[in-house]
Design a protein around this ligand. Structure first.
Ligand SMILES: Cc1ncc(COP(=O)(O)O)c(C=O)c1O
Length: 468
């Protein structure tokens, strides 16, 4: 562990009773080094500072340091601060000491992350700088749990323009991603008596886990080529669906289905929760607008920057029907008050000056050509593996033929060849029934850096060919 950076101003020490002050200080310092609380390399405060903090004479600290230097616990060099000597303290755990296995870098095509190397660092840095230079002090306070007003104004305009979302700044809640938005919504619905919620089968397994943690039973929604089917009755509080691009099957919802969902929501007076996680990325035509725009009182729209910028930002939003705003504000407020202000301010700049639009356009071009490249490579080498779904998003579902390797065997064999992709069965509701959705791989073609992409696909396709 590199502790060279630990230059303590503060050092917590409890001097034991019943001994002299110098001896007490020596005991306390010795114990802190022996236990590993002060690891090798840690810089100790100047004797004058520590003396003042502990209410001791400076000479007492100087003497105690000198004693521990003589014993080998500390190291002192002329003109430099006193540090904890190398090699003292508890032996490092064998796990930490074991050298990392060195092998070929895996071709990493797991779904989830976009190309993180494409994050617009320079633009974000400028936006952060300008946020820090111009934000009034009060912007750094707790403020509105819904999020910064300027961001909500910019978001309402952006979502209306690009996704057909019909909302206003006061109906938007900025969240730390869709996962938090869903958690808070389910919490609010549960408090209102909900015991069951419908989710697509398959759906992102995390979302089912979140529902169960909130004490809500998940009812599966069947999915076919037209998207999720609303024939689930009214015995659920809400339905979570991915109309623009189903995860992980990749189908888009047909116009008739979209209308059917709105009918379901109105007939049963329920809400549809629209997860638009990758709605910005459609490659074969203009993206279909959000379902929410057709009935803002029955649809909650959820968006995120996790695919468009980076999941590490933890920045998303919900556009809510009026009746859910107050309980959601209360839920957000008790969860964590609000999303980190500086990120909100920086993102507002990117929305306002068109940088976010430009970033999306360039990502779209890059991901479209990556997807084309992948589909062509598969057609040329492994035509028995069938891409499913529309040209959109950041991942491709690949059906494995019946009678071929099981999904688990395929994943294991690919991993043995240092090729990582996702599976699909994990997202099915009925995992105990093998092959409910058929064996399939989920290929996250957005993940590798640009310069790694070609090789990652070559290795994937070659490894896949070896499974036949
Ligand atoms: C289906 C689906 N919804 C939503 C998200 C985004 O979640 P978050 O905004 O919490 O990062 C993901 C991310 O992988 C996803 O796959």
């Amino acid at each position: 562990v590199d502790t060279a950076w630990t230059n303590f101003g503060d050092l917590h020490l409890e001097l034991p009773d019943g001994v002299g002050r110098r001896q007490g200080l020596e005991l306390a310092l010795r114990a802190a080094v022996q236990s590993g609380r002060l690891p090798p390399g840690t810089t100790l405060p100047a004797s004058r500072t520590l003396a003042r903090d502990l209410g001791l004479a400076r000479g007492t600290v100087v003497d105690a340091y000198a004693q521990l230097v003589a014993e080998g616990y500390l190291r002192a060099r002329a003109g430099a601060a006193t540090t904890v000597a190398p090699g003292v303290g508890p032996a490092p755990s064998t796990a930490a000491a074991r050298p990392m296995a060195v092998g070929p870098r895996p071709a990493d095509l797991r779904p989830g992350d976009p190309d993180l190397g494409s994050f617009p660092r320079q633009r974000w840095l400028r936006a952060m700088r300008s946020a820090l230079a111009t934000a009034p002090d009060h912007a750094l306070g707790y403020g509105d749990p819904r999020g910064d007003l300027d961001l909500r104004v910019a978001l309402a305009a952006y979502l209306g323009r690009t996704r057909g979302v019909a909302t206003t700044p006061d109906r938007l809640v900025v969240t730390s991603g869709f996962a938090q938005g869903l958690t808070l919504l389910l919490h609010v619905l549960r408090a209102d008596g909900a015991t069951r919620i419908a989710m697509e089968d398959p759906c992102l397994v995390l979302h089912r886990t979140i529902a169960r943690r909130e004490g809500i039973r998940v009812v599966p929604i069947p999915v076919d080529d037209d998207g999720a089917r609303p024939d689930i009755g009214g015995d659920v509080a809400a339905a979570v669906i991915t109309p623009a691009h189903h995860f992980p099957l990749g189908v888009t919802m047909s116009p008739q289905r979209r209308a059917d969902w709105l009918t379901w929501a109105r007939d049963h007076d329920r809400v549809v929760i629209e997860d638009d996680y990758d709605g910005e990325f459609r490659y074969d035509r203009q993206a279909v607008g959000a379902l929410q725009g057709l009935d803002p009182d029955h649809v909650v729209y959820g968006g995120t920057t996790s695919k468009s910028l980076a999941p590490g930002l933890r920045l998303g939003w919900l556009a809510l029907p009026e009746r859910l705003v107050a309980p959601m504000v209360a839920a957000k407020s008790t969860a964590d008050q609000r999303v980190a202000t500086l990120n909100q301010l920086a993102f507002t700049e990117l929305l306002r000056d068109g940088s976010f639009d430009r970033h999306l356009r360039s990502r779209r071009t890059a991901y479209r050509s990556r997807r084309d490249h992948l589909v062509q490579a598969l057609a040329a080498t492994t035509p028995w593996a069938q891409p499913v779904g529309i040209a959109a998003g950041l991942q491709l579902l690949l059906r494995l033929p019946e009678g071929g390797p099981t999904e688990a065997d395929a994943l294991e064999e690919l991993a043995r060849r240092d090729v990582l992709v996702g599976g699909s069965v994990v997202h099915d509701h009925h995992r105990q029934v093998p092959g409910v959705g058929g064996a399939a791989l989920v290929v996250g073609y957005a993940r590798p850096a640009d310069h790694e992409y070609g090789e990652a696909i070559d290795r994937f396709v070659a490894a896949l060919a070896g499974l036949a």
